[in-house]
Design a protein around this ligand. Structure first.
Ligand SMILES: [Zn+2]
Length: 86
C-alpha cells in the first residue's frame, strides 16, 4: 500500500510519466482516496508547468530543489490520518 510519504518521493517522476505501469497505478489508487495528495500533485503539476514556461529563461536547479523540499516537508508535517501503526 502506497503511503503519502512514498508518493511525495516519486510524485515528480509520476508527473513526468517516468514511472512504470504498476507504480503509476498505485499512485492513481492513492489519489482516489487521498485528498491531500491530490492537491499535492496538483500543486506540483502547476509548478512543473510554471518551470517549463520559464525554461527559456534559465531556471536555477536550486529553485526546483527548494520547492520539492517545501512540499515534502509540508506533507510530512501533515501526518496522514491513514497512517497504520497509529
Ligand atoms: Zn496521500
Amino acid at each position: 500500500m502506497l503511503m503519502c510519504r512514498d508518493l511525495a518521493g516519486i510524485a515528480s517522476d509520476y508527473i513526468d510519466g517516468e514511472l512504470g505501469f504498476g507504480k503509476s497505478l498505485s499512485i492513481k489508487v492513492h489519489l482516489m482516496m487521498c485528498k491531500d495528495c491530490r492537491s499535492f500533485i496538483g500543486n506540483l503539476r502547476m509548478s512543473a508547468r510554471l518551470m517549463q514556461g520559464h525554461a527559456s529563461a534559465r531556471v536555477d536547479g536550486d529553485v526546483i530543489d527548494r520547492i520539492q523540499d517545501r512540499v515534502t516537508a509540508a506533507l510530512e508535517e501533515r501526518k496522514p490520518p491513514n497512517n497504520p501503526g497509529q
